[in-house]
Write a protein that binds this ligand. Sequence first.
Ligand code: NAD
Ligand code: NA
Length: 396
Amino acid sequence: MIIEPRMRGFICLTAHPKGAEQNVKNQIEYVKSKGKIEGAKKVLVIGASTGFGLASRITSAFGSDASTIGVFFEKPPVEGKTASPGWYNSAAFETEAHKAGLYAKSINGDAFSNEVKRETLDLIKKDLGQVDLVIYSLASPVRTNPNTGVTHRSVLKPIGDVYTNKTVDFHTGKVSEISIEPSKEDDIENTVAVMGGEDWAMWIDALKAENLLASGATTVAYSYIGPSLTEPVYRKGTIGRAKDHLEATAFSITDSLKDIDGKAYVSVNKALVTQASSAIPVIPLYISLLYKIMKEEGVHEGTIEQIQRLYQDRLFSGSEVATDEKGRIRIDDWEMRDDIQEKVAQLWTKATTENLAEIGDLEGYRKDFYNLFGFDVAGVDYKSEADEMVQVESLK
Ligand code: NAD
Ligand code: NA
């Protein structure tokens, strides 16, 4: 069928398999162009189908010839209805990995559940024996805790006071003021339950209990900090409490891995256009100004550039892993450069509906957003029929 983007609010209901395939191929080419990384050889990626997790899977496979198992939660296609983007990304990834002679298998289901953990442990046991790197890259609005059966929903709210600032509707380019009500009762607790470190620790405990972590194994989860501008709604808001918890969990996991000489890290990554970040008020305006400045300075990166640099210059550089005073890896270093943040802050006060297309990178924002769904990708013929029924090889 001919597949076109169909928008509803901030989400796109369709995805293009050819565009997704081209995106994955571009990421693979980028990793190959940067040369080999002396990294882990058996890798589990939890949240492997889009964003930073997909980039991690690609960097492990095509930078270090790693065998990868990817866990994700995506919608397969049905006749006449496209799959979710991560499904097509994973189909393309497996096809390319298999062509290159690399082991790649996937598990599609709820990573928070005991069942998906069980299935993953069994697959590792059967095919890989052990893993030496576990990337934890889930982004979800909801989690059912398998021990209590309670379903928690995360919220993106400030804590204490109403937060008022500018935001942009990136579809129309309209800049307006938005006020966000502060969190209530158990909003913080619920957000921490979804996006904090509890499930990460459960995964690592389960792997370790069955001797599936190799000696010296590393695990990495991703976090964000950002500028003071977005602090009330991000780092000092409900999601920030979850990130505090995730970061604290890295230390308790490292303690639990002492006997196998394992280590847990949190890597603080750059702000990027993803399905999740598009839904946070204020952030899209910040990102469109940030992109403009970072492109001008020649230091703009997407997910693949971020993760390739994380692997090559931090995790597997051959020297000790550099961290900040709180033990975190910082790959947001270019975003947070003083000169870049000063310029963004100046533009922020000026930004209006009339001038944003000029002083900000609204076009770049939109392009990245459409690219997430496989649209607006160079080299793809969108006027031709595309087969929506593309399958992930290992899930056939
Ligand atoms: P994403 O939405 O692109 O990826 C989320 C992944 O999680 C997908 O593979 C999805 O299938 C999977 N997933 C979601 N719920 C699942 C479930 N129940 N079971 C199994 N898989 C599930 O998100 P992203 O932006 O790559 O975020 C990954 C991490 O990086 C998050 O911790 C996020 O906070 C962090 N991060 C994001 C940014 C940013 O600007 N986007 C910046 C820094 C850090
Ligand atoms: Na991800």
